[in-house]
Design a protein. Structure first.
Ligand SMILES: [Zn+2]
Ligand SMILES: [Zn+2]
Ligand SMILES: [Zn+2]
Length: 118
């Protein structure tokens, strides 16, 4: 089998890390912004085929909740409309009581981040 590292595209030796259908050199299995490799149990996020930790993904790419404007991860997403994403709790608050924690006029993206399953 011809395995290549998803990060650097070079051949993999015996020791490599597999997550989300991709393989990596152990030292390339890391967030683009963090100096240290991931731990096996860390949540991993992709953007444009690059790896990020939860913190850096949320600060750069994660869509913002239309209710409270903090980052939304896929396991919390509910859709209020075409262009909105929500924390499940914020969405319920809004639907049940029409409560919004943030002022209107925000720009929301509805992209769903890809979250790897261990
Ligand atoms: Zn590599
Ligand atoms: Zn990071
Ligand atoms: Zn929210």
């Amino acid at each position: 089998m011809d395995l290549t590292c998803f990060s650097c595209r070079r051949p993999l030796e015996d020791a490599h890390v597999s997550r989300g259908g991709q393989n990596y050199h152990p030292h390339h299995f890391k967030c683009r912004e963090c100096p240290l490799p991931f731990n096996p149990q860390d949540a991993i996020f992709w953007h444009d085929n690059l790896l990020y930790c939860r913190f850096h993904y949320s600060t750069r790419f994660a869509p913002k909740c239309a209710g409270c404007t903090t980052a939304v991860f896929s396991q919390h997403i509910a859709f209020g409309g075409e262009d909105e994403c929500w924390h499940f709790e914020c969405y319920l608050l809004n639907v049940l009581w029409s409560i919004k924690l943030a002022p209107p006029g925000r720009q929301i993206k509805s992209a769903i981040p890809l979250v790897s399953m261990p």
